[in-house]
Design a protein around this ligand. Structure first.
Ligand SMILES: [Zn+2]
Length: 298
């Protein structure tokens, strides 16, 4: 069945881009709401349901367009909802950024679990892949093939001694998401952070909000939370970006070097490949073909 939060919760912290403090109120929502965002610092901003087509920028983070206004860095919050199984929520943001917190989903997941997840009275809708769908751009690729369940095999390859080539094969379930993926922090290279700062960008980037690496190693005093924290974070980002599709997913993903941009291209391509999936509701109900579903949405 679909779910929502049992009670509201609040997130507070600085934004990655501006370094300013923002707050987010996350509220329970009825079945079939999906995840809807709105800005509370401007008048008359209605809730917008997030989809891959609302994504207006994938620079540094995923930014959505919400009634003509940007809300950035939504991916760790959106990925947390998918990861612990929250289908419906209203999200009110006090400005243009969701706080980056420690750069991972762990603080958000802890707040969701503390608020509680409640079942609603409507079945979940699952996008079941029936034929492969793939995209590629500049050597970055994402492919999904039919599979019972949902898994992501991610390969990251940076020509850097600390990161190098990392592969992580993650079979999704709502309990292992917390222990395997949620803790992995975003990361950046010191020289790139310096360059961003000199352009007045990533003002909220620091050792408190990201893993920062230079040629000698990890600069954070506590080091890494796992040797392959980098690739695990890439999988977290993928959860966030693909959660915008709006269905639970059934298929096996193989991704190589992908990031927010290619994740978004893939999310759109998958939705549009309506002959390559069907939508399943509760057991016993016959599946709806992707093409029929697309006509229903249109
Ligand atoms: Zn991220």
């Amino acid at each position: 069945m679909q779910t929502t939060l049992t009670k509201p919760f609040k997130i507070e912290g600085i934004g990655l881009h501006s370094g300013k403090t923002f707050s987010v109120d996350v509220l329970p929502a009825p079945a079939d709401t999906g995840i809807r965002f709105r800005r509370t610092d401007v008048r008359h901003c209605d809730f917008t349901r997030i989809t891959p087509y609302n994504v207006s920028s994938t620079q540094l983070a995923t930014t959505i367009d919400c009634g003509g206004l940007p809300i950035s860095t939504i991916e760790h919050l959106a990925g947390s909802f998918y990861g612990v199984g929250v289908d419906n929520a209203f999200v009110e943001v006090s400005g243009p950024e969701v706080p980056i917190l420690d750069g991972s989903a762990a603080p958000i997941v802890a707040l969701i679990l503390e608020a509680g997840v409640s079942r609603l009275d409507k079945p979940r809708r699952i996008l079941k892949v029936t034929r492969p769908v793939s995209v590629g751009l500049d050597g970055k690729t994402v492919e999904i093939v039919p599979c019972d369940g949902f898994s992501i095999n991610f390969e990251l390859d940076y020509a850097h001694p600390v990161v190098g080539r990392q592969i992580f094969d993650y079979t999704f379930d709502e309990s292992s998401f917390v222990s395997e993926i949620a803790f992995a922090r975003t990361f950046g290279f010191k020289r790139e952070v310096d360059a961003l700062w000199s352009m007045g960008l990533a003002k909220g980037g620091s050792l408190e909000t990201a893993v920062v690496i230079d040629d000698g190693g990890v600069l954070n005093p506590g080091g890494l939370k796992a040797p392959d924290e980098f690739v695990r974070h890439k999988i977290l980002d993928m959860f966030g970006d693909l959660s915008l599709i709006g269905y639970r997913l059934m298929g096996r993903i193989t991704a190589v070097k992908s990031g927010h941009q290619v994740n978004n291209i893939f999310a759109r391509a998958l939705l549009e490949a309506s002959n390559s999936y069907e939508i399943i509701e509760s057991p016993g109900k016959s599946p709806v073909s992707g093409a029929e579903e697309q006509r229903a949405i249109a």
